[in-house]
Design a protein around this ligand. Structure first.
Ligand code: AMP
Ligand code: MG
Length: 351
């Protein structure tokens, strides 16, 4: 394990990965959102390994990944979800959402059965379910023959990995195998949707699939959870998650290159610390005359899908750069993908 191979998803690599999962071990797998660290839902040893290799606290529940075939299998679904406790209208909403968005970056939080291990759900009465669209994830789940619990394949609290190399940097020597499915297309974790006490759908973590899109399909309002810290249901809601090692600050909303910024906002002891910049749009070369540190732009013209795809890799690169602290530009939107990117950046900044 000291080596942790990165393997292309050939038939033999998939067979090796499936047998690791079946014997209670973990495997890093690509999905369209971010790379996941997978274990069989039916293996307590495997679930334990997720927590130990990530240094993840056990209060953080895992998302359970299903193949398309599994999600279409009523018998298996009934082993996971306690459908008897769902009202007819709630059941209908679940059917409508899964038809519209699975496979894809939507996680549904539903009442669980007694068969689902508490370790996967941190003792919550609910299970988080998703069907990833990535063909390698689909193939691995089918080969393993079991639902796979899979949080992001990074150490707890750190930047989520969107390439096999980023998983390697996070977990080398801790896990036996990384399947390389190329860079993740979405780049942000899935939208997590739950239902509140009154049975209204609410977003617990923003992602690519927006409240507006969900509402359009459901024909009812979809709330964005704004919870008090005491009510945090999920560490996706914690401040200070997805964080680089270097101090990260958010640029003022109307900031333009050339405009003066505080010189040492982190109060670093180093007398003239260097700033690094994460900007939404533009050519870094065109900006470098005006900014004196490393600059990463996420897209040519601020396209939000590209910004999301490149966000975590750019944060990693800035963390590895000569910058001592970082400034990041926040998308101003309060909905959609810009809102999801802003959510991750606020957490990276711990504000
Ligand atoms: P990760 O897979 O590391 O991106 O994180 C999984 C996230 O999914 C958790 O931190 C929560 O935000 C969410 N989640 C998983 N299970 C549940 C659940 N039962 N209730 C609410 N949120 C959940
Ligand atoms: Mg995570």
């Amino acid at each position: 394990m000291s080596e942790t191979p990165i393997l292309k998803p050939t038939a033999s690599a998939l067979a090796d990965a499936a047998s690791l999962l079946q014997s209670g071990d973990v495997v890093a797998m690509p999905t369209e959102t971010v790379y996941g660290l997978a274990a069989s839902l039916w293996s307590e040893a495997g679930l334990m390994r997720i927590f130990t290799s990530k240094e993840r606290p056990q209060f953080d529940p895992l998302i359970v990944h299903l193949s398309t075939e599994m999600a279409a299998n009523p018998k298996l679904m009934a082993e996971l979800v306690n459908f008897e406790t769902l009202s007819p209208s709630w059941k209908k909403q679940v059917a409508v959402l899964t038809a519209a968005f699975w496979p894809g970056p939507l996680t549904l939080v539903l009442p669980k059965t007694a068969k689902v291990p508490d370790l996967a759900t941190s003792g919550l009465a609910t299970i988080a379910l998703r069907v990833p669209a990535h063909p390698v994830a689909q193939a691995l789940i089918q080969a393993a023959g079991a639902p796979l619990a899979a949080p992001s394949a990074n150490r707890f609290g750190r930047i989520s990995p969107t390439t096999a190399q980023a998983v390697f940097e996070e977990l080398v020597g801790r896990i036996p195998l990384i399947l390389d499915g190329g860079p993740c297309e979405v780049g942000l974790e899935s939208t997590v949707l739950g239902w509140d006490q009154a049975g209204r759908p609410q977003i617990l973590r923003p992602g690519q699939i927006s409240a507006t899109e969900l509402a359009a399909v459901l024909g009812c309002e979809v709330l964005e959870a704004t919870l008090h810290p005491a009510e945090i249901q999920a560490p996706g809601m914690l401040k200070n998650h997805y964080a680089p090692l270097k101090p990260l600050f958010l640029l003022p909303p109307d900031w333009q290159p050339g405009q003066v910024l505080p010189e040492n906002p982190a109060g670093l002891l180093n007398p003239s610390p260097q700033a690094g910049y994460l900007l939404l749009a533009g050519e870094p070369q065109a900006l470098s005359g005006q900014l004196n540190g490393p600059i990463f732009t996420l897209s040519p013209h601020g396209e939000r899908d590209l910004c999301a795809r490149h966000l975590f890799a750019a944060l990693r690169s800035l963390d590895a750069s000569e910058a001592d602290y970082l400034w990041a530009e926040l998308p101003p939107e309060s909905t959609g993908l810009g809102h999801a990117i802003a959510n991750r950046l606020r957490k990276a900044a711990g504000v």
